[in-house]
Design a protein around this ligand. Structure first.
Ligand code: ZN
Length: 155
């Protein structure tokens, strides 16, 4: 279960709109109590995808429209920012420009390197430049698949 304060959700949506048509990426800062994650702030990172992995031959390796790369140093900066506010990193977010808020196979593979078992993977869909649906996912079955996580907003 993930709850978002409205200000953080609005900042996340604005970040996703600002980087459109590229994907944005950032970290969710908040508190974790048992299965309940509360997001109280976001940390806007930079999508540093620059063709780190060679894919299919017809693929533009530098496109950031359907992929992101979160630099581990950005993760550490977010972690420091969280601690400074007495919070912790409870998840990661990225956007899906003109695509539903459903994780891709690339997301599943990339997620193996980020976070632990209760880590939230939040996806903000953006359609024609405007923020659309937001969804939260959990990596389950030892990383074999994603399962949608209940999410609520509070003012
Ligand atoms: Zn994705």
């Amino acid at each position: 279960m993930l709850t978002f304060n409205a200000a953080s959700a609005a900042q996340l949506a604005a970040h996703a709109e600002a980087t459109y048509p590229d994907e944005c990426v950032g970290l969710l800062l908040g508190r974790l109590e048992a299965d309940l994650k509360t997001v109280l702030a976001i940390y806007q990172a930079e999508n540093r995808w620059a063709g780190q992995v060679t894919l299919a031959a017809n693929d533009d390796p530098t496109s950031r429209r359907d992929r992101f790369y979160l630099d581990p140093r950005d993760y550490l900066r977010a972690d420091r920012a969280a601690r400074a506010q007495d919070l912790e990193v409870v998840g990661v977010y990225h956007s899906h420009p003109d695509y539903p808020a459903i994780p891709s196979e690339r997301d599943r593979v990339g997620a193996q390197a980020i976070g632990g078992p209760s880590f939230a993977f939040v996806i903000q869909s953006v359609r024609a430049g405007r923020a659309a649906e937001l969804a939260a996912w959990l990596l389950v079955d030892e990383g074999a698949r994603f399962e949608q996580e209940d999410m609520t907003l509070w003012p």
